[in-house]
Design a protein. Structure first.
Length: 196
């Protein structure tokens, strides 16, 4: 993350994204695939690390192998195989976009961090090591079980997260960069999908 100053002098926190150039690697139509979509490839990949079926897929579009492939069912305009899509063709300053990414994995966490439980609080009697415990989790002999979906400790993070209505503060076409207001899911250098 970084920050930029707006026209009226406010310091705005923003995240810089490298968004392209993305290459159209497949155009799906109703006649051949049953629905309309385009497949975009991002980030170069060595041929020796690419499988033969993938190499044939990329040769059809006349492009070099790509590391990441994403399909978009909703898109504006006509696209052909091998077209390079840059940020200035799609995005403009002050547009609003949705960003989807994988959140940071946090491993196994207790109920205080995972679900925001308060813990035992200002405990005094007999609570020497139970301050962050979940407390009671089940009922009596009826129903004699713990219900599914009970908020308990467990694996946290590593989920697909979408943040909606992020404002584009600036587009830098010569470097294919977008400055988005606020933070995004995932660690530095992770891959995200930007939907208009």
């Amino acid at each position: 993350m970084t920050s930029v100053f707006s026209v009226d002098g406010k310091n705005l926190a923003c995240t810089v994204i490298e968004a392209g150039p993305c290459v159209v690697t497949q155009v799906k139509t109703v006649a051949t695939d049953g629905y309309e979509a385009i497949q975009l490839g991002f980030e170069e990949k060595k041929e020796k690390n690419t499988t033969k079926p993938q190499l044939g897929h990329f040769k059809k579009s006349g492009t070099t192998p790509k590391r990441h492939l994403v399909e978009f069912k909703e898109f504006d305009g006509e696209f052909k195989l091998g077209d390079a899509i840059t940020v200035d063709k799609i995005f403009e300053a002050d547009d609003f976009v949705d960003v989807t990414g994988t959140s940071k994995g946090k491993g196994h966490q207790g109920v205080v961090k995972r679900h925001g439980f308060g813990g035992v609080g200002e405990a005094t009697h007999g609570q020497h090591n139970r301050l962050r415990a979940p407390g009671s989790i089940g009922a009596c002999s009826t129903p004699s079980k713990v219900f599914k979906g009970m908020k308990m400790g467990g694996r946290m993070g590593g989920d697909t997260v979408t943040i909606q209505n992020l404002q584009i503060l600036k587009v830098i076409p010569e470097n294919n960069l977008i400055l988005l207001k606020g933070s995004l899911p995932g660690a530095k250098g992770s891959i995200v999908i930007v939907n208009k």
